[in-house]
Write a protein that binds this ligand. Structure first.
Ligand code: TRP
Length: 338
């Protein structure tokens, strides 16, 4: 039996080089290794927990889907779908919400961060933390949607519906996977052996830094992020502006970042030989442009045929639903829902 791998993808718009190297590239490698049965989905329901515009949400979802396909996710090899199109996810999430304690959800690092509980200067001792959380929740300014709190229950449902062996995620998601394991154990103990406990497959934390401020991680909101579909001219323009000034004793984080990127895109041999940063930048721009040439083509073609794209996603959802439906039926029976 092949190991089953499952992971969810944020639907927050176009991807940059950091997203590619940190997650997408590894998903494609896992898929193509042939040793795994892969499930990848776009977590569009999770996208509702942070501010969104309906038009942008649908556009972002299609765009991310197109980028995953263009980068090599193959719907014949992997089950690729939208979370919102497999209704079992929300149903199981509700059941898990009734099993998980509020305290556990309140303690999730992503919740405390996104809910800006940090503004309440939470201290490290448990009593103080509890008190601060209670105070925050009583505060009229604490506008936090309940979806943000229940996010991990939906994530546990996303995962456990498919009974995967491995869940590849970045470091920031480890607490959520731990809660998923805990939920699975709780369920198994109370209602009988149902869910195998999945393993976290920690993706190597690649720190691709911003070109304009190399002390921060590359992010979509920074205008200098290298997007996967940037034209060769655009890549060169952004790289030419990249900060290379030496600003720490250890050397220049900007230059280190560019060298690291060059290695990632196959320019390993003569990294040390660059006498001028311009040469390094030009060489890197060329490598990146070449690396994503096929990607750009494919993405344009996919986006030009939205009907086909939605068809691919619908087929993926129907494959996923077959498995999710079985698990949910088993769960409902075990807990006494008729
Ligand atoms: N929360 C994950 C993220 O922000 C995305 C996600 C949703 C996910 N459901 C999942 C990842 C299930 C792994 C498994 O990146």
């Amino acid at each position: 039996m092949k190991e089953r791998i499952l992971s969810g993808i944020r639907a927050s718009g176009k991807l940059h080089v950091g997203n590619y190297l940190g997650a997408l590239k590894q998903f494609v490698e896992l898929q193509n290794s042939g040793g795994h049965e892969c499930f990848f989905f776009i977590a569009d329901l999770h996208a509702l927990t942070t501010p969104f515009e309906p038009k942008e949400l649908s556009q972002n979802t299609l765009e991310v889907a197109a980028e995953y396909l263009a980068a090599g996710i193959d719907p014949d090899k992997s089950v690729f779908f939208l979370q919102s199109q497999v209704l079992e996810h929300t149903e199981l999430a509700w059941i898990f919400n009734c099993l998980t304690s509020l305290g556990e959800l309140l303690r999730m690092p992503q919740f405390t961060e996104k809910a800006k509980l940090s503004e309440y200067k939470i201290e490290n001792n448990v009593t103080a933390r509890r008190q601060f959380i209670v105070n925050a929740m009583n505060d009229m300014k604490f506008h936090v949607n309940a979806g943000l709190l229940n996010y991990p229950s939906l994530m546990a449902a996303d995962i456990l519906l498919y009974k995967p062996t491995l869940v590849p995620v970045g470091e920031d998601q480890v607490a959520h996977i731990d809660l998923t394991k805990h939920t699975a154990k709780l369920f198994n103990n109370r209602f009988g052996e149902t869910f195998p406990i999945p393993k976290t497959y920690l993706q190597k934390p690649l720190r691709i830094m911003s070109l304009s401020d190399p002390t921060k991680k590359m992010s979509k909101t920074g205008d200098e992020a290298l997007m996967l579909d940037d034209s060769p001219q655009e890549i060169l323009r952004k790289l030419k502006k990249a900060v290379t000034a030496t600003d720490t004793k250890k050397g220049s984080p900007g230059v280190e970042n560019l060298k690291f990127l060059l290695e990632q895109f196959g320019g390993t041999s003569r990294v040390k030989d660059f006498t001028k940063y311009n040469e390094l930048k030009e060489s890197l721009a060329k490598k990146i442009a070449e690396h994503f040439a096929e990607f750009r083509n494919k993405k344009t073609k996919i986006m030009a045929n939205k009907k086909q794209l939605t068809q691919i996603l619908a087929e993926g959802a129907s494959k996923a639903q077959k498995i999710a439906g079985k698990t949910l039926a088993e769960v409902k029976e075990k807990i006494g829902l008729i």
